[in-house]
Ligand binder design. Sequence first.
Ligand SMILES: [Fe+2]
Ligand SMILES: [Fe+2]
Length: 352
Amino acid sequence: MSVSTKQRIENKTVTQESLLTPRFYTTNFQEISELDISSNIDELKAIIEEFRIDYNRDHFLRDQEFVKTWDTFDKKTKNIFIEFLERSCTAEFSGFLLYKEISRNLKKTNPLLAEGFSYMSRDEARHAGFLNKAMSDFQISLDLGFLTKTRKYTFFAPKFIFYTTYLSEKIGYWRYITIYRHLEKNPSYRVYPLFRFFESWCQDENRHGDFFAALLKSQKHLLNTWDAKLWCKFFLLSVYATMYLNDHQRKDFYTTIGLDTKKFDQYVIRKTNQSAKTLFPVILDVDHPKFFELLDKCVITNNKLIQIQEKNISEFSKRFEQVPHILSLVFHLGKLFFLPSIENHYIWNEPS
Ligand SMILES: [Fe+2]
Ligand SMILES: [Fe+2]
């Protein structure tokens, strides 16, 4: 291993932790264990049965194509891949930890939900493990045990966990399948075998999203109140904006696999928004002429913040210089939030 794993993670935690870094979450387990899921129990049972079948049990096996030495990649490409793998592995591992903890805490009080969460943690552990093995192709690996102990955990109330994980799973599905289909049509850009696994992989994420959708449907007040409407809108915007800003910081990765970051992200956002339309009481009007124009303004502002962060000046001076840009970012995001949205009358009018 060229760099000490612990050293590497410590460095990243100190220097690169930001609002856009993949996070680790914890929640109120007691509240989840007390949920009455009886109004949608059949759908939940059907999805858990799908989990039990375990379609991808033998999918994540590394084959001959991985044996090759990836030293042929130039240094820049190698770093681009390492960053992609590291971020993806952290995000998958974060899902594994959260689902495992929820499952462990619900075992006695809500065994059906506990079973569902346990299957999802099984899938995320496979995804994280596969990505971590891929990192070893580049002579680096994440010490996941160390990461578990040292990363900060963000507390989210259960309902916020349900909204965000539903959206993260669905956006993850659209990201993986879009990359897979693009590389199927343009095999010359499939520079690393990992992408070949995305087709079945994304079906796991899609099923996880369906599980959260069924869980939310069992809690009607999380979908058909004014509160719910505002929170759904807030989380839709948060998830889309986070992905848009993150990906625009890493355009080189998408260029390496022959994708245009802007077109890719806009397509994924449109598709995720259509998926959310089947569940949420409201979705964003992503075809509004101002929508992507404002997101692009957020990208420009975010780039300015990054440039200041990279300056060789004191932390205090950095913060001082960043203030007007942070205000501008909040202003643009606020404008995005108050753009007209599209109501889903069917769900909105459904009785509790
Ligand atoms: Fe996953
Ligand atoms: Fe997932």
